[in-house]
Design a protein around this ligand. Structure first.
Ligand SMILES: *Cc1c(COP(=O)(O)O)cnc(C)c1O
Length: 234
């Protein structure tokens, strides 16, 4: 299967899932996750209509940025505060904000670049040890603190990575829990709390995530095939 036909197939499944939840396929943004894939494959995806790509490492964004056609970049992986400065002028949105300390650094660097950075707050809904993100109980306090202390940040929504289940139906309760928090904010907008994105769903579980209300899916493997982690350089 080519990248182009994989994308077409995912768009079809995405549309079917969106319609199940009373929406259109166009209401759900497909972010192609390009980690460990090279500029050539990424440009092929862009030629096939991809407008947004996601990377989970700062270094990969730096390495590929000049070689990839114009596209919106999303930082979807854990971000260390000392690396914010490298990507602040490159990415459209940071999905992985899970502390006030990180938010303050993003705010400071965004201010230096005279821009406002769109961010999502990452929730670790199943409270897995192996994952970053805050608990559902901590979410309100973090959103309030960021909104109060970070004038160069706009909080655009929430991101969640569900636990891996053989049967993605088992992830439903976690997606639903995050959707519930999302809805509360989506109805109560303010100057820098402007919810628009609920980033949930990957190759294994994006259909379930969309059925539960996700409007941004992050899909890598189903577009580009399996990643070769052995070739990863540290
Ligand atoms: C790698 C990654 C994805 C995509 O995962 P696939 O299973 O390949 O679709 C999505 N979100 C994050 C945060 C990732 O790191």
């Amino acid at each position: 299967m080519s990248i182009k036909s994989n994308i077409a197939y995912i768009q079809e499944l995405k549309t079917a899932a969106a319609e199940k939840s009373g929406r259109n396929g166009d209401d759900v943004l497909l972010v192609a996750v390009t980690k460990l894939h090279g500029p050539e494959e990424i440009n092929e995806a862009i030629d096939a209509g991809i407008t947004d790509i996601g990377e989970n490492k700062v270094q990969e964004i730096m390495d590929k940025y000049e070689k990839v056609k114009p596209v919106r970049w999303h930082l979807i992986g854990h971000l260390q505060t000392n690396k914010v400065k490298y990507i602040i002028d490159k990415v459209s949105m940071i999905h992985s904000v899970d502390s006030l300390r990180l938010a303050k650094e993003i705010d400071k660097r965004a201010g230096q670049h005279q821009r406002t950075m769109d961010i999502l707050v990452q929730i670790n809904a199943a409270e897995e040890e192996s994952k970053f993100g805050i608990t559902t109980a901590e979410t309100d306090a973090l959103i309030r603190d960021i909104a109060a202390e970070c004038p160069h940040i706009r909080i655009k929504g929430l991101m969640c990575i569900a636990p891996y289940f053989e049967d993605p139906d088992d992830a439903r309760t976690y997606f639903a829990a995050v959707k519930k928090i999302y809805d509360q904010y989506a109805e109560n907008r303010s100057e820098n709390i402007d919810f628009q994105y609920l980033s949930m769903g990957m190759t294994n579980d994006f259909e379930v995530a969309v059925e539960e209300g996700s409007n941004l899916i992050r899909v890598g493997t189903a577009i580009f095939g399996y990643r070769d982690y052995r070739s990863e350089e540290k």
